[in-house]
Design a protein around this ligand. Structure first.
Ligand SMILES: Cc1ncc(C[n+]2csc(CCOP(=O)(O)OP(=O)(O)O)c2C)c(N)n1
Ligand SMILES: [Mg+2]
Length: 328
């Protein structure tokens, strides 16, 4: 991107702050509950990637669609899934978004446009095309965002999906969250091209490379991509540069990441950086503190709700499997 991005209005800035800090506190609480044994799940922390999701989702409408991955709580919370239902699903409880039958890897909440969460690398992109094609045929004006990592751009489905989205001018945004690693492998060891943005022009697709940790630049890129898609002009590939602070999954000691790289990334932590940016723009500190306080209560209540909820009954295993319920 060239030139300074146009800044959003004050309400949007605070909206992005709220979404980002909801993710930040939720992630902190999830990690705490896992480490203390209150939750037994495999967890892929999005710590460090909060701002890009908050800014992207702030540019969408509630009924726009999202497809995301196992590393997805930042996208899901930013899109608007109620924390209580998300938490309960992570805990496998019947009050969860999928009645406890999906678990962390399969979060779905159509009410907020969260259509699919998948653990199969790259599989979300053709699904996103399907959602976008449905919107195009129905003329409903919805935009689909599909989130995936840098390593996912090496999967065949990525290339097929970009090509199809472009030739059919689908209203879809391919949001590559480039945290520089796929599992334990640095990008340079797995990917031939240096800049991932260079992949999109091969399909004739509009492409933007942006610092995903900069809320202003990210929101600007997101808004333009949404407007482009909604106007019927087709897809955009956004490469949002970011970093993950807790390795591939919780428990990963990140030994494969050079210490100085990790130190530099943490020094540029996007959460305090955005708070400082808002204070620099004369946003009263008390307003930010009030948002933080509300979020803490929301997260504590969500966690307590999940723990207090019941597991699904055994007969639930037969329900929602086929369109017609299987007789017992
Ligand atoms: C088709 C497929 N191949 C391999 C895996 C194993 N796997 C899970 S996550 C992952 C790395 C993906 O990295 P990236 O796309 O950069 O996303 P990130 O985890 O960094 O967010 C791999 C190889 C998988 N789940 N699916
Ligand atoms: Mg990655």
């Amino acid at each position: 991107m060239t030139g300074a991005p146009s800044e959003p209005d004050r309400a949007t800035m605070l909206d992005i702050y709220t979404r980002a800090n909801l993710i930040y506190r939720a992630d902190e609480k999830f990690r705490g509950m896992i480490m203390s044994g209150q939750l037994q799940i495999i967890y892929y922390s999005p710590r460090g990637q909060e701002i890009l999701s908050a800014a992207m989702m702030a540019a969408l409408n509630q009924d726009d669609y999202l497809v995301t991955t196992y590393r997805g709580i930042h996208d899901q919370l930013a899109k608007g899934i109620p924390p209580r239902e998300l938490w309960a699903e992570f805990a496998g409880k019947k009050t969860g978004t999928c009645k406890g039958k999906g678990g962390p890897m399969h979060i779905t909440h159509p009410e907020t446009g969260v259509m699919v969460t998948t653990g199969i690398v790259g599989s979300g992109m053709p699904i996103a095309n399907g959602l976008a094609l449905a919107s195009q045929l129905a003329g409903d004006g919805k935009v689909t965002v599909v989130c995936f990592g840098d390593a996912s751009t090496n999967i065949g489905a990525f290339h097929e999906a970009l090509n199809m989205a472009q030739i059919w001018k689908l209203p879809v945004i391919f949001l590559c969250q480039n945290n520089l690693y796929g599992e334990h492998t640095p990008q340079a060891m797995s990917t031939g091209c240096k800049e991932l943005i260079d992949r999109a022009p091969g399909y004739g697709m509009r492409a933007v490379q942006v610092n995903g940790n900069d809320a202003f630049a990210m929101y600007d890129a997101a808004k333009q991509a949404v407007e482009h898609a909604r106007a019927g002009n087709g897809p955009t590939f956004i490469e949002a540069k970011t970093f993950r602070f807790f390795g591939h999954l919780l428990g990963d000691d990140s030994h494969y990441i050079p210490a100085e790289e990790m130190i530099a990334a943490k020094a540029a932590d996007p959460i305090p950086a955005y708070r400082r940016a808002l204070l620099d723009r004369q946003v009263p500190e008390a307003d930010l503190d009030a948002i933080d306080a509300r979020i803490k209560v929301t997260i504590e209540q969500a966690a307590a709700y999940a723990l207090a909820s019941d597991y699904p009954d055994a007969e639930e295993i037969r329900i929602d499997v086929l369109e017609t319920e299987i007789a017992a």
